[in-house]
Ligand binder design. Structure first.
Ligand SMILES: *Cc1c(COP(=O)(O)O)cnc(C)c1O
Length: 415
């Protein structure tokens, strides 16, 4: 469900024609729908209402301050993975008491900033990180609230780049060492052990891996508590998938919520969850203009867009699928094209071998479901300023991140 709809043949975001945004703001641009984002946020919360739950939005999915503010106002906390994301969340007005700091390696200055801010919890991913955090906390005369991220070894059956709980993964402490890691954490005077965490991967379509992880984590949580650890938080991470249009629909938030509620029934703990993609993916599109429509060898058709892999990396990185649609009423007929970007890399293909209505230079198209891991993965590769970000609400829109300029490309550099 989203609010990118056709009216009289033309594509709108809520009540704003995407053509008007392209005319005012230019292309490429990320366009987000407030109504879609809010709907996802509410559906997600409602699906988990049976649990004593704090949802912490994963900032890395889409970190624009305006998006963070909307979610913060909806009562969401934040899952951050760097000092930069901490800065974003605080700048958006987040309550530090609802911030969880994840990630497999955290610098001392990042730990210090998060301690000073007074965040809810550090999710530590190794025994060595416990020692590092302890040292920083003691130097600040504070106790750091800690959860240990354990690798529950479940196969999330997703793309290997976004599966994070395989036995070979760099993430988390292996479950077999969890008890020893908790014992060590209790010995460190700068730490206050508050929870147990996991995150099994991203774009997970079935509820089964979540159930398996929740059961394993619950058992471990209860065992640790029985062993004398005063755990209060069980953090199950994020990872529920969204429909991109190239396969079966993933499980719904309701299925996910029911499964978690069943697996965690009567567990006396605050449940943290860290949804990212699910909230923002189809609340955003990448709006781009066709620069050139060209023919290659054997008549192969290429449509070259003004957005490339530096603007939307997912197709090049994961072979990800994004549905493509013209903004204007689609022309009659269809042809198979490679929608490519202008970046000097053969991997810069946004949509290979796609059957689309005929496209001509000057046409506007969107890549749908680009709200998550779109702008947040964008780079300036090939000397390309990053796109503008636009937030639509009803019949109005505003630029929530201006398009970068060529001066932004050299900011901070000297000859
Ligand atoms: C990326 C990440 C998330 C969010 O994953 P989604 O698939 O976007 O829901 C949550 N928690 C951690 C620790 C992550 O690294």
């Amino acid at each position: 469900m989203n609010h990118f709809v056709r009216r009289r043949g033309e594509l709108y975001c809520e009540r704003v024609p995407l053509l008007r945004i392209a005319q005012r703001v230019g292309t490429p641009a990320y366009v987000y729908s407030t109504a879609t984002l809010m709907r996802h946020a509410r559906v997600f919360r409602a699906a988990l209402r049976g649990l004593d739950m704090l949802p912490c939005y994963a900032v890395k999915a889409a970190g624009n301050l305006a998006i963070l503010r909307l979610l913060s106002d909806e009562g969401f906390g934040f899952d951050i993975v760097s000092g930069g994301e901490l800065h974003r969340a605080l700048r958006a007005g987040a309550d530090p008491g609802r911030i969880v700091f994840s990630g497999v390696g955290k610098r001392e200055d990042e730990l210090r900033a998060a301690l000073r801010a007074g965040i809810l919890q550090f999710n530590c991913e190794s025994e060595e990180e416990l020692e590092q955090l302890d040292a920083v906390a003691r130097s600040l005369r504070r106790r750091a609230p800690v959860a240990i991220r354990v690798n529950p070894a479940v196969d999330a059956r997703t793309h290997p780049y976004i599966a994070t709980a395989l036995a070979t993964s760099k993430f988390g402490v292996p479950a077999s060492r969890a008890r020893a890691a908790f014992r060590r954490a209790e010995e460190l005077p700068g730490l206050a052990v508050v929870g147990l965490a996991c995150h099994i991967g991203s774009q997970i379509g079935e509820v089964r891996p979540f159930i398996e992880a929740a059961r394993k984590m619950r058992a471990l949580f209860e065992e640790l508590r029985a062993g004398g650890h005063a755990l209060r938080h069980l953090d199950l991470g994020g990872g529920l998938g969204v429909p991109y249009g190239d396969g079966p629909d993933p499980a719904s938030p309701e299925d996910y919520g029911r499964a978690l509620a069943r697996a965690l029934r009567a567990l006396d703990a605050r449940i943290l969850v860290e949804p990212g993609r699910l909230l923002v993916a189809n609340a955003g599109v990448l709006l781009t203009r066709i620069l050139v429509s060209k023919r290659g060898a054997g008549g192969r058709r290429f449509a070259v867009a003004d957005a490339g892999m530096n603007d939307l990396l997912r197709p090049a990185l994961y072979g990800a699928y994004h549905a493509v649609e013209p903004v204007a009423r689609p022309r009659a007929g269809s042809e198979v094209v490679d929608l490519v970007g202008p970046v000097c890399e053969s991997a810069d293909v946004l949509a290979p071998r796609r059957r689309l209505p005929p496209l001509e230079s000057g046409d506007l198209v969107v890549l749908r479901t680009a709200g998550a891991y779109g702008m947040s993965m964008a780079s300036q590769y090939n000397g390309r300023p990053r796109p503008a970000e636009v937030l639509v609400s009803g019949a109005r829109f505003r630029v929530v991140r201006r398009r970068e300029t060529v001066d932004d490309l050299v900011r901070g550099e000297t000859v």
